[in-house]
Ligand binder design. Structure first.
Ligand SMILES: [Zn+2]
Ligand SMILES: [Zn+2]
Length: 344
């Protein structure tokens, strides 16, 4: 089958290849025909070698599809089911993190799309526990956004809910993660403003279509609504830029909460003294836990979060380079790859 493969650990070395589909283990696994696999910033870091991987490996960790084959001990009723996939393929199961429900922190974790073959292919094999049923009404391509939604839930509700009913929440960065975080914050009862730069005007228009308020940088107290004069209760930083991190900490009200979701490999200078002066609480999240997946699926089923509007385009596997270029361009929100784009 065709697959987008990282062939060696160095910078680049990614190509469309013919690979043998993985064998199906005799117990506990399913083969999923991929409908769509989303491209995320992590993929760009895996390609440039700044995020670890075990080449040769098929990329792609934001996966939706249908179960087409199951191990002998698995209920065959799974076959034909539309699913999204949790990303952990295997963990040690014995460390303190695994034992306490945090497989995302396991030092021996192997994930699809970096440690084992992922979703930029016609199919992949995953443990049964990774499958999450998708609602019938959902466009299967949009289902690939369940994975970043689970990551948002991890960052916003663990170790405690960062957003509470009635909170005023500023989300910086209107990419896929920002627009998911804004919707989840609203579902948690918050009033939400999404902040972007001039280059994000299209994404901010989409935020308004989703019913969210927007602002263009630079944002100061005066450009916030009059009732926000003390500053937001919560800043959810999703842009990964130093400027947004700094201004987020400065804008926050006293005893506010700051959640870091945007990623940068750069050292960033921020006014950390404000954490003590204003008694701020800073949290973040890495990937997701089974509990965060459960919450994400419930938000989706309850239509409290919309995924389909965030889907900007589907590219066939052969055009993976165009899809990555589109992702890097900043136009659109989420692009996905599909071996058969008509499969949705
Ligand atoms: Zn990702
Ligand atoms: Zn472990």
């Amino acid at each position: 089958m065709k697959a987008v493969v990282k062939t060696s650990p160095d910078d680049q070395n990614v190509e469309l290849r013919d690979v043998e589909p993985a064998p199906l283990p005799p117990t506990g696994h399913a083969r999923v025909e991929v409908a769509a696999a989303g491209i995320c910033g992590t993929d760009l870091h895996i390609i440039d070698g700044s995020y670890g991987s075990r080449p040769p490996v098929v990329l792609g960790h934001e996966v939706s599809g249908r179960v087409v084959e199951v191990s002998a001990d698995v209920d065959p009723a799974w076959i034909g089911t539309a699913v999204a996939l949790e990303t952990f393929y295997s963990t040690c199961g014995a460390c303190e993190y695994c034992r306490s429900g945090y497989p995302n922190m396991c030092g021996n974790r192997l994930s699809i799309g970096s440690g084992v073959d992922g979703g930029f292919a016609e199919s992949l094999v995953v443990p049964l526990r990774n499958l999450h049923r998708l609602p019938d009404w959902l466009d299967l391509h949009a289902g690939a956004l369940c994975e970043p939604l689970a990551c948002v839930c991890q960052s916003l509700f663990d170790p405690f809910p960062a957003v509470k009913p009635g909170d005023r929440v500023l989300v910086t960065g209107p990419g896929a993660v920002g627009l998911l975080a804004a919707q989840v914050a609203r579902a948690a009862g918050a009033e939400v403003l999404v902040v972007g730069a001039e280059r994000d005007l299209g994404r901010l228009a989409l935020a308004r279509e989703l019913g969210l308020g927007t602002r263009v940088v630079p944002v100061d107290r005066d450009s916030l609504p009059p009732e926000w004069t003390q500053g937001p209760d919560v800043v959810i930083e999703c842009s990964g830029t130093g400027a947004a991190m700094r201004s987020g900490l400065e804008l926050l009200r006293k005893r506010g909460r700051y959640v870091q979701m945007g990623q940068t490999g750069d050292l960033v200078s921020v006014p950390l003294a404000l954490v003590s002066f204003k008694e701020l609480v800073i949290t973040g999240g890495f990937a997701s836990t089974p509990a965060s997946w459960a919450r994400a699926i419930r938000l989706l089923e309850g239509r409290q979060v919309e995924l389909s509007p965030l889907l900007s385009g589907t590219f066939p596997l052969e055009r993976w380079e165009d899809a990555f270029a589109a992702t890097q361009s900043g136009d659109g929100v989420k692009f996905v790859l599909s071996a058969d784009p008509s499969n949705r």
